[in-house]
Write a protein that binds this ligand. Structure first.
Ligand code: FAD
Length: 289
């Protein structure tokens, strides 16, 4: 069992590369996903985050998957969303994570369901409310941030002000939404530092393997595809093998550039694709030890 706080990992001064996986749906078999996760762990990420509910009704399996990650010798970060959960249910989830030896929680609001009305009073409204509820604990707490502004927020300065509130509520680190232009990250980091946000900001990198899917995701998340990357998607988007190769190279270049310019912590949205993670780690041989 490998227990370690992410705040300690990212402040060690050594470059860190973390991965992300999603657990199986509640009614789907665990074994094939465990095989994938074990293979991802053998690529030696600094830690592995496990999403919550991002794959249908997969919430129930996040804690179990995080425990499995740690049993492979890799520290785990369990995601937890709050908008559609009651406070009692969140308290149960937290007890479960503690019982399983998980030390790191990514505190998230979660996306609004399409038919959403105002959340009832027994639900948290914002991720910051979840952070306030968990902060008295010894968990290392992370939160999400958006270098190109959260899509629901009309003004960037308001989004940064809300983020500052969330960090002040007790966050230890942030992880960014994916971005495809490193200048977007560097400008955002400067903006956060000016606003008094001092915690580590892990740079979120998405190796794109599916051209059509990424165009849709970017539209929803407000992420801009820079012309250099758009040309790659236009040219190779319909050819899975070519798109994967180009996506791995593009992600590797972004990561090398980030490390070369003083960023110490990169979070790769590997999802459940060990081949992609292995290719990126092979490219980074010597860059990260
Ligand atoms: P918040 O921090 O609550 O912010 C959401 C919006 O509310 C923003 O527009 C913000 O400006 C605004 N806001 C915040 N505080 C206030 C306030 N006091 N008054 C008015 N407005 C306010 N989703 C999942 O379902 N499962 C996952 O595992 C998951 N993992 C993710 C991991 C990362 C790294 C990222 C970047 C996103 C992830 N998401 C996940 C998606 C996330 O749940 C959505 O982006 C969601 O819409 C916002 O979540 P948040 O925690 O950033 O919310």
């Amino acid at each position: 069992m490998c227990r370690m706080k992410i705040s300690d990992i990212v402040s060690s001064g050594r470059p860190s590369v973390s991965f992300e996986v999603f657990p199986p749906r509640k009614d789907a078999p665990f074994a094939p996903v465990k095989e994938v996760v074990a293979r991802l762990c053998r690529a030696k990420p600094s830690f592995m985050s496990v999403t919550y509910g991002a794959s249908g009704n997969a919430q129930a399996n996040t804690a179990e998957m995080a425990e499995f990650v740690q049993a492979q010798g890799v520290p785990a970060l369990a995601h937890l969303t709050c908008l559609t959960s009651t406070r009692d249910r969140i308290a149960d989830e937290i007890s479960d994570l503690r019982r399983r030896g998980i030390e790191n929680v990514l505190c998230l609001r979660g996306d609004r369901p399409p038919d959403a009305t105002e959340p009832p009073p027994e639900h948290f409204r914002h991720a910051a409310d979840l952070v306030r509820a968990l902060r008295p604990s010894t968990f290392c707490l992370g939160g999400a941030c958006y270098p190109e502004c959260h899509p629901e927020c009309a003004h960037f300065q308001d989004d940064v002000a809300h983020l500052k509130e969330k960090v002040d509520a007790g966050l230890d680190f942030l992880t960014t939404q994916m971005f495809f232009d490193n200048n977007v990250y560097f400008h955002y980091l400067a903006r956060l530092r000016n606003a008094g946000v001092t915690v580590p900001v892990l740079a979120g990198i998405m190796p794109v393997t599916n051209g059509r899917q990424i165009a849709r995701i970017c539209k929803l998340s407000g992420t801009v595809l820079p012309p250099r990357f758009r040309a790659i998607v236009d040219r190779f988007g319909d050819d899975a093998e070519a798109m994967t190769s180009a996506g791995v190279v593009y992600a590797t270049e972004q990561i090398v550039d980030l490390f070369a310019n003083g960023v110490n912590a990169v979070h790769v949205y590997t999802m459940n694709k060990p081949d992609v993670a292995e290719r990126i780690m092979a490219n980074l041989k010597g860059v990260v030890s």
